[in-house]
Design a protein around this ligand. Sequence first.
Ligand code: ATP
Ligand code: MG
Length: 264
Amino acid sequence: MNFEAKTRGWPKIEIRNLHKSFGPKKVLDGVDLDVAAGESVVVIGGSGTGKSVMLKCILGLLQPDRGSIKVDGEEVVGMNGSERRRVMRKFGMLFQGAALFDSLPVWMNVAFGLIEGRHMPRDEAKAIALGKLAAVGLGAEVAELYPVELSGGMQKRVALARAIATEPEIIFFDEPTTGLDPIMSDVINELIIKCVQDLGATALSISHDMASVRRIAHRVAMIYNGRIIWTGAVDAIDHSGNPYVDQFIHGRAEGPIQMAAAYP
Ligand SMILES: Nc1ncnc2c1ncn2[C@@H]1O[C@H](COP(=O)(O)OP(=O)(O)OP(=O)(O)O)[C@@H](O)[C@H]1O
Ligand SMILES: [Mg+2]
């Protein structure tokens, strides 16, 4: 950890005994996780272990089968309509697959939450969008393009600009550096740190990129078999004493984590 949380304190998000299955497939099997205000937590874990599902449960995009999720002490499981919209205004989200609106130019994608959610005049929203695009290394010429005209890495950066456009209290970053070159990854890492440090945002991220994890996390949580099996300060990951964490951070095929790889 090389940056300090500004307002680390009360629990911003509290997840207890969260369960989610799809048909017979148990994905989340009793997840417990706390994220304190102003803290940056990164969840690590193998592909298909339910990391994105967990974020979608918090956002209400998926309905958990069981368990509790509190945001600022308020239970959000089962919340709907205007109550949920009120709570959701606290959040910004970078989806794993960018998930941009194809029919809108880049700047409108970024400004969407400001215009639709905050009823900001278009000119004002556009000026903010251009500023956020600049922060992710994209010039004004990109603002008028459509998502289909961008490379994958550029789409990711637009999605990131959208996630931070409203300067939300809580930001979820699902694989923020996947598909970016090492230099751009570092720009994005810096931006995430800035959101936490300068804006006092609370960040919950998912990453496979250990270099990024080491830069952006105060605390790391490892998910395995539907549960958080280890959590600790980022400085502790090299001495966790946990064989699952060791195998994951070193990317070893050999170890307690069995990958369902099919060899001919
Ligand atoms: N809407 C859905 N309907 C059915 N199954 C789903 C749905 N969403 C996710 N799953 C299943 O839940 C499991 C966990 O998916 P999830 O996307 O959370 O994985 P992940 O940990 O984010 O993986 P990755 O690191 O590859 O992004 C997978 O087996 C996936 O097929
Ligand atoms: Mg995922």
